[in-house]
Design a protein. Structure first.
Length: 229
């Protein structure tokens, strides 16, 4: 599979283990990003099409041509229950590639949502359906169906590499991509991180300061921080 492939649909892909995907779905994007070593985020311009949208699933990838959504329809036939459609474009485009009709089609296939480095429309309908979409832009501008792209090839979506079958999570904090072979490991690390944060949360509620919880006073003093009355 090469990112430069045009006019190909790979019908057989290796998806992350469903148990690992289910485990990852319990965590927020920030937690997973930190637990994975502070990597995996897309650029922050991908935003939810409506408040409280959230998704987690295995990637079916789409390489679009600007102003053309033909390959989204092709990709719908490759979606299985639990998948997320991840769409990139051969060059920047903010046209409205996706709307309520495609969302209806994808939902019937068990799709968990869409991440697209492009525009979407019908946001009121998407919110009413609660079909999660994270997009570069909200744009009513329509698209054509005239140019071939590809489905299930590695794509770069908002600066993040996404391979078919990788795990994609998205919430109000952003979008993170977990390589499929690391899904179980990252889920365990996320659980450990969340448990540690709960311990700190209890201490913060008791009135302790981050200066003491994180042992900051010594390093600050070593750098010459002083307090003056």
């Amino acid at each position: 599979m090469e990112h430069t492939e045009i006019g190909v649909v790979h019908t057989s892909i290796t998806r992350a283990d469903p148990a690992a995907v289910a485990a990852l779905s319990k965590f927020g994007v920030a937690t997973v990003h930190e637990a994975m070593g502070r990597v995996g985020l897309t650029r922050p311009y991908l935003r939810p099409a409506y408040p409280k949208a959230r998704l987690c699933g295995t990637a079916v990838t789409v390489l679009l041509q600007p102003g053309d959504n033909w390959m989204l329809h092709v990709a719908a036939a490759q979606v299985r229950d639990g998948d997320v459609l991840v769409a990139a474009c051969t060059t920047e485009s903010e046209d409205g590639f996706f709307g309520e009709l495609l969302a209806t089609s994808l939902r019937a296939r068990g799709c968990r949502g869409l991440v697209i480095d492009g525009g979407v429309r019908d946001t009121a309908e998407l919110a009413e359906m609660d079909f999660p979409v994270f997009a570069r832009a909200i744009n009513a501008k329509g698209t054509v169906k005239a140019t071939l792209g590809s489905v299930n090839v590695p794509v770069v979506c908002a600066n993040a590499l996404v391979r078919p079958g990788d795990v994609v999570l998205a919430d109000g904090d952003g979008v993170v991509v977990v390589p499929r072979e690391r899904a179980a490991e990252v889920a365990q690390a996320s659980a450990a991180r969340e448990a540690a944060e709960e311990g700190k949360r209890v201490r913060f509620r008791a009135g302790e300061l981050g200066l003491d919880i994180y042992g900051m006073r010594g390093p600050l003093a070593a750098l010459g921080l002083r307090y003056e009355d």
